[in-house]
Design a protein around this ligand. Structure first.
Ligand SMILES: [Zn+2]
Length: 297
C-alpha cells in the first residue's frame, strides 16, 4: 500500500492529475481536457466525480491521504474559496474546500497555480530558500509569487503577486480582471495569439517570423514587469518560466538584456540571479503535493 497525495492542476485548457508519493515522484499521471470534466454548471459535483473515478480507476482507495488542487485564479486568504477565475467558468466565489473535504473525508488544499510552480522549481533547481525568491511565469497571463524564507507571501487578502496587472499609462485595453490597461495584455501569451491571428503568422514559429521591432517591443513589456518586481523586492533569486518563455526560439538573451536595462544600478542590477526554468508537464501536480507536505501532511 502506498501513501499518496493527489495533485490536481486545473488549467484553462487541461486538467492534470497524479498520485504523488513521499519522495515527490508522480504515479498514474493523466492529462485531460478541462471541458470533458466540467460538463455543466455544477463545478463541484463535476470535480468530485472526476476525482472519485480516478481513485477507483487506479484502486487508490485508502491510499490517498490528501488532495491538493491548484487553480489559475485568485483565492481567499484562508485558501478555501476561489475568488475570481477568468479561465474557469463557474468558479468565481466558489468554496471548493468544504464540499470536497466532506465528501472524501481527508484534508483538501486549494492553492494558486503559481505557488505549485515555484515550489517545484525551487526544489528542482536547488535554490536556497533563505531570503527572498521571486517567480514570474509568462503564460496566457503573467503568474507571479514571491517567497520569503521559504514561505509564500500571500498579502492582506491572499492576492499578492498580481504582477500582470501593472497599469500601462494611456492604454485603453480591457483586461480579464475587469480593469483597463493591464500589462499582461501586452506581455502575455494572449497578446502573441492576437498578434499572430492579425498578421497571419503561425504561433509555433512566431519568434522566427516576427519583425525585429515587434519582438523588441513585446519582450520589453515582459522585461518591464519582471524588472519592476526586481526593483521593488531586490530578490536573492528570480525564477523565470511559463509557456511563452518555453516556446520555440524564445529570445532569452534579449529578455535578459532588457531586464538589465530596466533594473536599478548598481543594485539590484549588478547581483541578479536569474534562473530560467523548463515547463515540465507534471510541475503543477507535483508542486501541489509539495504544498500539502509543506502544510504538514
Ligand atoms: Zn488586469
Amino acid at each position: 500500500m502506498g501513501e499518496y497525495i493527489l495533485g490536481l492542476d486545473i488549467g484553462g485548457t487541461n486538467i492534470r492529475i497524479g498520485a504523488v508519493d513521499k519522495e515527490s515522484e508522480v504515479h498514474y499521471f493523466e492529462k485531460v481536457y478541462q471541458k470533458t470534466v466540467f460538463t455543466n454548471s455544477k463545478s463541484v459535483d463535476n470535480l468530485i466525480e472526476f476525482i472519485s473515478n480516478y481513485i477507483s480507476k487506479y484502486q487508490l482507495t485508502g491510499q490517498v491521504v490528501a488532495i491538493a488542487i491548484a487553480v489559475p485564479a485568485t483565492i481567499s486568504k484562508d485558501c478555501t474559496t476561489v475568488l475570481q477565475a477568468p479561465s474557469l467558468p463557474g468558479f468565481d466565489n466558489l468554496n471548493l474546500l468544504a464540499p470536497l473535504e466532506e465528501y472524501f473525508g481527508i484534508k483538501v488544499f486549494l492553492l494558486k497555480d503559481v505557488w505549485t510552480a515555484a515550489l517545484y522549481d525551487i526544489h528542482k533547481y536547488h535554490l536556497n530558500t533563505g531570503g527572498l525568491i521571486a517567480a514570474c511565469y509568462v503564460g496566457t497571463g503573467i503568474g507571479n509569487v514571491f517567497l520569503y524564507n521559504g514561505e509564500i507571501y500571500k498579502g492582506k487578502n491572499g492576492v499578492s503577486g498580481e504582477l500582470g496587472h501593472i497599469p500601462i499609462p494611456e492604454s485603453k485595453l480591457a483586461c480579464g480582471c475587469g480593469n483597463i490597461g493591464c500589462i499582461e495584455n501586452y506581455a502575455g501569451g494572449k497578446y502573441l495569439a492576437k498578434y499572430c491571428q492579425h498578421s497571419k503568422i503561425d504561433i509555433e514559429t512566431v519568434f522566427s517570423s516576427m519583425p525585429k521591432e515587434d519582438i523588441d517591443n513585446y519582450i520589453n513589456y515582459i522585461a518591464i514587469a519582471i524588472a519592476t518586481e526586481i526593483n521593488i523586492l531586490d530578490p536573492d533569486s528570480v525564477l523565470l518560466g511559463g509557456g511563452v518563455l518555453n516556446m520555440e526560439g524564445f529570445p532569452y538573451e534579449l529578455l535578459k538584456e532588457k531586464i538589465y536595462q530596466h533594473t536599478r544600478k548598481p543594485f539590484p542590477n549588478d547581483n541578479l540571479n536569474l534562473v530560467f526554468v523548463s515547463d515540465d508537464s507534471t510541475k503543477g501536480v507535483v508542486g501541489a503535493a509539495m504544498y500539502a507536505r509543506k502544510m504538514g501532511v
